[in-house]
Each structure stands twice: as C-alpha cells, then as structure tokens.
Ligand binder design. Structure first.
Ligand SMILES: *Cc1c(COP(=O)(O)O)cnc(C)c1O
Length: 382
C-alpha cells in the first residue's frame, strides 16, 4: 500500500529526507556538546513543522522574526522560543509576549517602549547590535545586515547615547553572516569585542545569529567551537546560535515534471510544472542556479535545455542544463537543496498551485504530508 502511494505522488512536490536531516542535526548537536552553547532553529528559513518533533530532539528551541513564526515555534517546537523583530508593533505585542521567552529589540527606542512590560512578564530581553563590519560580498547587500545604512541592529554610536537606559537587558544579539564560514565569524567577533566588549561583561547571553554554514562540507567546525568557548569563558556568557539554512542544508528536494518544449533561436526551453517565481524565488532573488540530479552545465553534454516555469513571466527561468540523453515530456527532474527558503517563500502568482510536501522517512518510504489546491489560492484573495 505504502509503495503504491509513493508512486502516486503528483509533481510538483518537495520532500525532505529524514536521514540527511539527522546527519545535519548530529553535527549541530556535536557543536552543542563540545561547547555548551544552545542552538535554535531560525524558522524564517524552514517552517515545515511536521519536522519539528525530530529537530527538537537535537536543538534547544526556535527563533522567530514575527508573531506568526513565534506562535508556530511555541505551539509546535517547544523548548526556548526567541523572537527578534525590526520593530514590534503595539497591536501584536501582548500576543508575542504570550508566545516567547526571549525578546530581542532592534533599537533602544523599542526597548524603552516595550522593555518594562517584557520584564514584568519574566521575559529575557536583548538588544540587536550592528557591528558595522561586513564580511560579505558587496554585491550581496540584500543579504547583508551590516551594509552601510542598514536598518538592522543598533550601532555603537546610537547605543552609546542610550547607554543609561539599557539597564535590564540581559543579552546582545548580532546577525551579519549569510552562508559563511567560521573565519568570517571570528573576524566579526573581534570587531564586536573591540566595540561592545565592555558591555558584554555585563550580559548573561550573546546570540551569534544565523548565516553559519555549519553543515557544509568545508566548514571549519574547530574554529567555530574554539570561538564559542572563548566568548563563553571570557565574558561568562551563554552563547546562542540560530542557524536556519545550516539545519536543513542539502536535505530537501523539489520533484517536477517536463510538460513541453519550446524552441526559439536555437534555445530549447523545457517547460516544467514547477516555477522559479513561485516555488524557488531565491533562484531569481539571490540569484543562483539550483542543481538538478543527473544534469551538467549547459553545453557539457549533448542535449542542453533552458528550464522554465509555467508562469507568464518571461524571467521565470531556473537555468540552463545539459543531459547525455534527450529529455522527453513526462520526465521527472529533481532539484536539490530545496528545503530552506523555499516552502516559506512560496506564492501563488499566476494562479500556480503550491507543491505538495512529503517526507522521505528513515526506512526509505515516502510519506505525503500535505497537498494544496484551488482554495489555497483563493483564500488569500477576495
Ligand atoms: C535570517 C536570520 C537567521 C537565519 O539565517 P540563515 O542564513 O538561514 O542561517 C537567523 N537570525 C536572524 C536574525 C535572521 O534574520
């Protein structure tokens, strides 16, 4: 019976491979075990809550960036529930308080506005600092919270002006990395110590944010571990990491099917039943070219295709890929590394349906978790 259902899964669908996820979680757990730090899942990257019971066996809690994420983390993940927002709104604040234990404020003004209420409710309060030190490629400003003029985090000069009002804060938070190795973390920590070191001695915890590509093959775990230990011991701090991408890196897949071919000026377009614009928006936003299992760079093998979605957007192109045998209508193509920043960013532009969500279980069987339909499109419109 199970087998038959597996075969009946309609494309497009995402699946997350439990075995691969556990491999990542073991790596993260080893960092915790060797350093005593705490690790939270950043739900912004991955909110597939059917996986939370598994992930919560390894990690300490969840990090949220909005009311809905914090509710989901509180309801489905358990453990510690942290929230950062660039600006908490009065309208949502009481409900946020009911669903979290740590709040991170973006500015002294927000701390001034909400801090006493949070402390009265026995919440841990922190301030996000901006070290104004970027380790990212300057062309990637969209993913660089430390870029000049950024609205994310409090700079040293703003903090210094507000200093007398910061009593009651128990932690600091920074987030400046994106898909980076621990050498960039070490450089960032050096700047943070230089600028904010005096304040760190007065804090109970420091959150290193996300963007640590911990589960990538070439990641320097030894340096991460020594930096965590060093900061922990020197300032007597509880250290938190809140990776999103690294938790589910290389664990998710998007399975799609070839629907038709369109030739134009020597380009053979393969039209798929999945779309960059709606199902993998980072392909256009980041931008990047996802891997397809069994494919090569354009022109490497005999048959090259430009993969495009079924939307009317001419730029709904996933990339150019070559194969050693020709593709045909009905062939399945599997895009890799599709767990993070995919499901959470899906949309129904053009009335395109949302991919189903499945789990490849440890026993190898595929389990369908959810399918979507017309109502999911209609529900958000009026
Ligand atoms: C985006 C984000 C994360 C997670 O980042 P990843 O690159 O997915 O690890 C963690 N913390 C904050 C504050 C973020 O904005």
């Amino acid at each position: 019976m199970e087998k038959e259902r597996t075969l009946m899964l309609n494309t497009p669908y995402y699946y997350v491979d439990e075995t691969l996820l556990i491999q990542n979680l073991e790596i993260l757990k080893s960092v915790k075990d060797q350093t005593g730090c705490k690790i939270l899942l950043a739900q912004k990257a991955f909110s597939m809550f059917s996986m939370y019971p598994l992930i919560s066996q390894y990690l300490d809690g969840s990090a949220a960036s909005s009311l809905y994420e914090v509710k989901l983390g509180h309801e489905k993940f358990g453990g510690e529930t942290h929230i950062f927002s660039p600006a908490f709104s009065e309208r949502e604040f009481d409900e946020i308080l009911q669903n979290c234990d740590h709040l991170i404020f973006n500015t002294p003004a927000q701390w001034k506005k909400f801090g006493q209420r949070a402390l009265k409710a026995n919440k841990m309060c922190g301030l996000r600092i901006n070290p104004e030190f970027s380790t990212q490629n300057p062309e990637h400003a969209i993913y660089d919270p430390a870029s000049e003029g950024s609205r994310l985090g409090t700079t040293l000069s703003v903090l210094t002006e507000a200093l007398p009002d910061l009593n009651g804060l128990s932690g600091l938070h920074f987030h400046t990395l994106c898909e980076q190795n621990s050498d960039d973390l070490a450089k960032t920590l050096a700047v943070i110590e230089e600028k904010f070191g005096a304040l760190l001695f007065e804090m109970k915890w420091l959150n290193f944010g996300g963007g640590h590509h911990i589960t990538r093959e070439d990641y320097d775990l030894a340096l991460l571990i020594s930096e965590i230990k060093r900061m922990r011991e020197k300032y007597d701090l509880e250290i938190y990491l809140e990776p999103g991408e690294a938790v589910v890196l290389n664990t998710g897949f998007l399975v799609s099917e070839v629907v038709d071919f369109v030739e134009n000026a020597g380009v053979i377009n393969a039209i798929l039943d999945t779309s960059a614009a709606t199902h993998m928006p980072d392909v256009i936003e980041m931008p990047y070219r996802p891997m397809v299992i069994g494919s090569h760079e354009a022109g490497v093998c005999q048959y090259t295709y430009r993969m495009g979605g079924p939307s009317c957007l001419s730029g709904d192109v996933i990339g150019d890929y070559s194969f050693s045998t020709p593709l045909k209508v009905g062939d399945q193509l599997i895009f890799t590394d599709m767990a993070h920043y995919s499901m959470v960013k899906n949309n129904t532009f053009n009335g395109i349906g949302l991919p189903s969500i499945a789990i490849k279980q440890q026993n190898g069987e595929m389990k369908l978790i959810k399918t979507f339909g017309y109502d999911d499109f209609k529900m958000r419109l009026s």
